[in-house]
Write a new protein. Structure first.
Length: 227
């Protein structure tokens, strides 16, 4: 916004196509709105498309996830409805973008980030995503743990597939109640992924009979065979 208020004013025009779609300069438009400017300089490029937005902007600067979401949600994009679903999911459950992409896509390779950036994002695991996001939204309401930390979410979901020492599958209801009661005692420092697995297990095992306790060292990344 500062640049638009300088004595020289707006230095670079906002580029649009004949459909009045913004090809380059969305951030300048946002700054103009925040600054209360009445008008901005615009240059129309008749043959430009939304694809040019991605090429132009990613070559000039590092794009954030909001930029990809805004662009791929545009009605001219062939896959825009999937991105609209993603935005609604984030709004409904208050999860961050990386958690939302991972849960909805079910992509465990790179958590769906590459597909998301390339406009190929697809909702494939909606039922499970809603279940996990509902848990996370409930935990967020407890104000005992920071559910926005991606490593926390990974640990929370992975541990649901573990079994206690007596061979029975761990109970999500127990994990939730322990996080509500003792969550403030753990996760205070932050660290690598192993830290979150370890602290999650300690929280679950708090005042739990020994044979019903769990350990992430059973399997660092549990498989579907544990279902």
């Amino acid at each position: 916004m500062g640049l638009l208020k300088e004595p020289r004013g707006q230095r670079d025009p906002i580029k649009i196509n004949k459909k009045w779609e913004v090809i380059d300069g969305q951030h300048r438009i946002d700054a103009a709105r925040e600054g209360g400017l009445d008008a901005v300089m615009v240059l129309m490029q008749d043959n430009a498309t939304i694809d040019d937005v991605i090429v132009m902007n990613t070559s000039q600067k590092k794009w954030g996830w909001q930029d990809y979401l805004r662009t791929h949600s545009h009605e001219s994009r062939p896959n825009h409805e999937e991105y609209i679903k993603l935005q609604k999911f984030m709004d409904d459950y208050g999860v961050n973008y990386k958690v939302a992409i991972w849960l909805l896509s079910g992509n465990n390779h790179d958590y769906g980030v590459t597909d998301f950036e390339e406009g190929k994002f697809k909702v494939r695991e909606e039922e499970n995503a809603i279940k996990q996001a509902t848990y996370l939204k409930t935990l967020k309401g407890y104000k005992k743990v920071d559910t926005s930390v991606f490593k926390f979410t990974k640990a929370f979901i992975a541990l649901q597939k573990l079994h206690s020492k007596d061979g029975k599958k761990m109970l999500v209801s127990t994990l939730m109640s322990k996080l509500k009661k003792y969550g403030g005692k753990y996760f205070s420092a932050g660290g690598n992924q192993e830290y979150y697995y370890d602290e999650m297990c300690k929280c679950y095992n708090e005042r739990t009979p020994k044979m019903k306790q769990i350990s992430w060292t059973q399997k660092l990344i549990p498989t579907d065979d544990d279902e």
